[in-house]
Write a protein that binds this ligand. Structure first.
Ligand code: ZN
Ligand code: ZN
Length: 591
């Protein structure tokens, strides 16, 4: 059977039309002289200058030209970054947007967003003064050690040069921190062990097997020693601060309403305000509960025939979810099952004319490499802009490291129904397919400055769209589990705003997740920790989803008979990972 969710369509018609996108269509003043090919050259120059300043990020993306540079995060460096943003914003203000094609216009908007964001983060948000965990040198060192982009000896020379700058780096960190939060202080202390490990054992092993001269080896050894001492001193300094912070001197990790709204605008770039999105998530939660209760009634006699259904709807839903969750793959069958499902998903997408796929670029399912194992059970590794020929991987973390109880809990979470939704989200037609499309309109700018809410929003939207197409049989089981999964992004939005703006405490978050989102104790605990360390990011899933869904419904209503889902999706995905609002403007400009 198929279910229809009229509440969403109603919400869609109430949502706001895009404001202030008019900037791209007003006629340019006469001094805007940069156009077409000039713009492409300018943006390439910009990107190289950007990498010089952000050498850590560049290393992550496989751009090694400035890999020896480790800037000390001091006041002079922050000034330089602010000037950089101002100067480039002024330069890009010379661009005549009328003379750019859609792809270049998207690039220009992404660059501007990046620079304006950079300015706001440095001068208003000022995380550099209160988040000790920002100061962490480990990842680029780890990447330089583990990525085979050049012979090991050459990579170690780069590492040696970076190591030389580590003591100044941590001295600047200490001088920059004013009033840290307790939570980020504790995180930084915890993470120092990992940093010491990268600069210690991992590095020593690489040095031992590399072809270096005795001098180089000795110099590396001394520099590594000094670097480790600097990390240790930083951690000790934070440890010494901790008691006073715990006693009440710390800054609150809650960023408050004004900063939250501003950060939401910079990070998400949605048409709604953060508060509007929060309100919408709250009512979405209520309608999901309502539908889930009806599904639970329908399924009750099949799964729990010998029990009387409780009157309380949330309790009834929980019992049913528990009863369904025992249907799951065996631990060693998880990976083969994912492999088995992917071709079926492709087939379904083609058979139902949902969007265009590219069979020449297969997705490889693999066990998550050890150095990447951590939080997520499943993820997509996509080639960066400087390594476009690399494969795309679907990483699945094997359950060997789990206790039997942990493995069981994980498998119940990713039960037979949710596993299908996970594959939709991560692979087809979610993240993997979005990436393939985005690589067609390839520009380095688009893949570097892609919008997180668009990327996550598309993956969440694609789950919904596949459900609407009847994937998984359109059974009540499938809809119930889909709804549980969807509640996760809805509740992430609610709790992120609840904690940072409305001052919710840990108990309120746990109650929401345990009672209203049917999550496990471990998940709820992990989420509390995440919301104390991040802000706004948790809203990106629902923000992007809601905006894409609304937009589609409006186009459907406007085009009537002429509306074609496949054409809509292919067009939507053709602008790279631009913010949804920008894609809407571009699509509306070219009917
Ligand atoms: Zn089981
Ligand atoms: Zn995702």
């Amino acid at each position: 059977m198929r279910l229809h969710f009229p509440a969403l369509a109603l919400l869609a018609s109430l949502s706001l039309l895009p404001p202030a996108m008019a900037a791209t269509t007003t006629s340019p003043p006469a001094d805007r002289t940069i156009q077409g090919a000039d713009f492409t050259r300018l943006s390439q120059r910009f990107l190289d200058a950007f990498w010089q300043q952000n050498s850590d990020w560049a290393i992550q993306l496989g751009y090694y030209r400035y890999a020896t540079r480790l800037a000390a995060p001091d006041a002079a460096e922050r000034d330089a970054r602010l000037r950089f943003a101002e100067q480039w914003l002024a330069r890009f203000a010379q661009v005549d947007t009328q003379r750019l094609d859609a792809s270049q216009r998207t690039d220009l908007a992404l660059i501007r967003n990046q620079l304006e964001s950079q300015r706001w983060y440095l001068s208003e948000f000022r995380e550099w003064a209160w988040n000790p965990s920002l100061y962490n040198v480990a990842e680029p060192f780890s990447l330089l050690l583990n990525t085979d982009y050049a012979p090991l000896a050459q990579r170690l020379r780069t590492i040696s040069e970076r190591l030389r700058q580590v003591p100044a780096y941590y001295a600047a960190a200490r001088a920059s921190l004013e009033t840290p939060t307790l939570e980020h202080t504790r995180l930084a202390i915890e993470q120092s062990a990992g940093v010491l490990n990268v600069l210690g054992e991992e590095l020593d092993q690489a040095v031992a097997r590399a072809k270096l001269s005795a001098n180089e080896r000795q110099q590396l050894k001394l520099r590594a020693q000094a670097a480790r001492a600097a990390v240790q001193a930083y951690a000790d300094w934070l440890r010494a601060k901790e008691p006073a912070l715990a006693a009440g001197e710390a800054r609150s990790f809650r960023i408050g309403k004004a900063a939250y709204e501003a950060k939401f605008q910079h990070d998400i770039q949605a048409d709604l305000s953060a508060e509007q999105l929060y309100q919408r998530a709250v009512s979405e939660k209520a309608s999901l509960h309502c539908r889930m209760a009806a599904l639970a009634d329908q399924l009750w006699p099949k799964y729990l025939p010998d029990q009387v259904a409780p009157a309380e709807p949330l309790e009834k839903i929980r019992l049913l979810i528990d009863a369904l969750s025992v249907h799951h793959a065996k631990p060693d069958a998880l990976l083969p099952e994912i492999r088995r499902q992917l071709p079926r998903l492709s087939q379904w997408v083609s058979d139902h004319d949902l969007l265009t796929l590219d069979p020449s670029r297969p997705l490889e399912v693999r066990e998550t490499p050890v150095y990447m194992r951590g939080v997520a059970g499943a993820s997509i590794s996509a080639p960066g802009p400087y390594n476009p020929k690399a494969r795309t991987y679907y990483n699945v973390t094997p359950l060997d490291g789990y206790s039997p109880a942990e493995a069981e809990s994980y498998l119940r979470e990713y039960n037979d129904w949710v596993l299908q939704i996970l594959n939709i989200h991560e692979a087809i037609p979610g993240h993997y397919v979005q990436l393939l499309h985005s690589n067609k309109s390839a520009s380095a700018i688009k893949s570097v400055f892609g919008n997180g809410a668009m990327v996550e929003g598309w993956a969440v939207y694609s789950e919904r769209m596949m459900m609407e197409s009847g994937y998984g049989g359109g059974t009540p089981e499938m809809w119930l589990m889909y709804s549980k999964w969807n509640l996760r992004s809805v509740c992430n939005t609610v709790l992120d705003y609840g904690v940072h703006v409305l001052g919710w405490n840990e108990q309120q978050v746990r109650d929401l997740l345990r009672q209203e989102a049917f999550q496990s104790e471990a998940e709820a605990a992990g989420k509390w920790r995440r919301v104390t360390l991040t802000s706004v990011q948790l809203t990106s899933y629902f923000a992007g989803y809601a905006e894409i869904y609304d937009f589609r419904e409006r186009r459907k209503a406007a085009e009537g008979e002429r509306f074609e889902l496949k054409r809509f999706h292919d067009r939507f995905l053709s602008y790279g990972s631009a913010p949804v609002g920008m894609i809407k403007t571009l699509m509306q400009a070219q009917p």
